[in-house]
Design a protein around this ligand. Structure first.
Ligand code: ZN
Length: 300
């Protein structure tokens, strides 16, 4: 363990740029082609140092908030992006997706904990970077009952606004959903994660019945979330969509990705950055989570 850390420090010596897990050049322009016009900073290269000890195995699991009762359902909230990956950026206000998603994730955590009926964990507590596999990997290792990934959308058309709930499907519901999934999935490609192999593994699991059941539960939670979100916030007309998001690929954890609105839109961006807006999103999620587990309890 110490040796791994030492190695990482050694490799981080000035002037040494090693293409490996320890020190890797990080291109900041991963969204350049797609988020054209939403970036406030020019693309730049820099080096990130990590201590890859046991490929995540040695990394501790996040803290669990709420009652210390293992019988209560566990919800893992994933704040999208983070660290060197800012996500989408509003060109005028400079608001970054990674900050908005973290603030919303914290608001959801607080609201859920207040109910006293669920336990909650966050995949990231601060401004740190996680590869997509680690995000759902944390949920799986913690045996989460529900995984919710929080994002904010961006579009060339600055009028575009409203939230969308995504669940996993190998067949995207439309081209826009497909493009969005490709964009969100990009976070990993730039970090040297071999998506090809990982993806094939998961694809073979996809035909599994467990996955099928998980996808059904995810879709039913998505419908609840839309029902509860409607009175609290702006949603798009077609508010439930399907696409192949890597972060949703845990075969046994019901998962949804919530694009809470458009960071490229002035009103949405202001709403999602405000305490009031964050509380409204949290309220919607909490109501949906409570209805979801009440329903599952009644069925079992
Ligand atoms: Zn995102």
């Amino acid at each position: 363990m110490l040796y791994g850390a030492f190695l990482a420090i050694l490799m981080a010596a000035p002037g040494v740029a090693v293409e490996s897990d320890g020190v890797r050049p990080v291109a900041d322009a991963q969204y350049g082609a797609f988020h054209l016009g939403f970036r406030s900073e020019p693309p730049k290269r820099r080096y990130e140092v990590t201590a890859p000890i046991g490929k995540g195995a040695a990394r501790g699991l996040p803290k669990i908030y709420g009652p210390a009762d293992a019988r209560l359902p566990l919800v893992v909230i994933d704040a999208g992006h983070g660290g060197h990956d800012p996500g989408a950026i509003n060109a005028l206000s400079g608001k970054r997706e990674k900050d908005v998603t973290l603030a919303i994730a914290r608001a959801i955590r607080d609201d859920l904990v207040d109910t006293g009926r669920v336990r909650v964990a966050l995949t990231r507590e601060g401004d740190s970077f996680l590869v997509l596999q680690d995000r759902y990997g944390i949920a799986r290792r913690m045996k989460a009952d529900l995984f919710l990934s929080i994002h904010a959308d961006a579009a060339e058309n600055q009028e575009a606004r409203g939230g969308t709930v995504y669940t996993l499907s190998e067949v995207a519901s439309d081209r826009e959903a497909q493009r969005l999934a490709a964009r969100e999935n990009k976070a990993d490609i730039l970090n040297g994660v071999n998506l090809g192999g990982q993806d094939r593994d998961v694809s073979s699991i996809l035909i599994d019945l467990t996955q099928r059941e998980t996808m059904n539960v995810s879709a039913s939670f998505a419908r609840l979330l839309i029902r509860e979100a409607k009175p609290n916030m702006m949603l798009r007309e077609k508010s439930h969509k399907f696409a192949s998001f890597i972060v949703l690929k845990a075969p046994d954890t019901p998962s949804v990705l919530f694009e809470t609105g458009y960071i490229s839109n002035a009103e949405d961006s202001a709403f999602l950055s405000s305490r009031d807006g964050q509380r409204k999103v949290a309220r919607a999620v909490t109501s949906a989570v409570q209805a979801h587990f009440a329903r599952r309890l009644a069925r079992d």
